[in-house]
Design a protein around this ligand. Structure first.
Ligand code: CMP
Length: 138
């Protein structure tokens, strides 16, 4: 559905105690949390989730980073969710992220950038289904 997106609060932000701050920005941004959990990706999960990046030079680093500790996975609902959430999180590289974005406030680097946001409605559905059964989505 085009009113949902999928997000992860990545290991760097969880380690630093930013779960609450990030969830606050998400809800203040008008998103409703319709599924959520604290979980940890296995190496196989991360390789599958980021398969589109498997030929990139940073792939090994990305998989190592995303599996090093717990993440918060969530499905968010709002009109125009995918596009509006990408605006709220800001540019991949926090040095280029706009004021008021989640990455401007919480990201460390292009790799350790605090949050994930789906890049399309199709991927939002795939990524949400990867983490949540239907009965876990409200
Ligand atoms: P995201 O856009 O959520 O999904 C792909 C991730 O790959 C991206 O966040 C970064 O965490 C990571 N990434 C992208 N470019 C680089 C890079 N040049 N070096 C390290 N990690 C990167």
């Amino acid at each position: 559905a085009n009113n949902r997106t999928f997000t992860m609060i990545k290991p760097d932000a969880v380690e630093k105690g930013h779960i609450g701050g990030i969830l606050n920005m998400i809800t203040e941004g008008g998103f409703r949390i319709v599924a959520m959990k604290l979980t940890q990706l296995t190496v196989a999960d991360a390789q599958k989730f980021y398969a589109v990046h498997s030929e990139r030079p940073f792939f090994g680093e990305l998989v190592e980073f995303m599996t090093r500790g717990p993440i918060v996975a969530a499905i968010l609902e709002k009109d125009n969710a995918v596009e509006d959430f990408r605006a709220l999180i800001g540019a991949t590289n926090p040095a280029e992220a706009a004021e008021g974005t989640i990455r401007k406030k919480y990201a460390t680097s292009i790799g350790e950038n605090a949050v994930h946001g789906s890049d399309s409605d199709e991927n939002a559905a795939i990524e949400g289904a990867f983490h949540f059964a239907g009965r876990e989505q409200f």
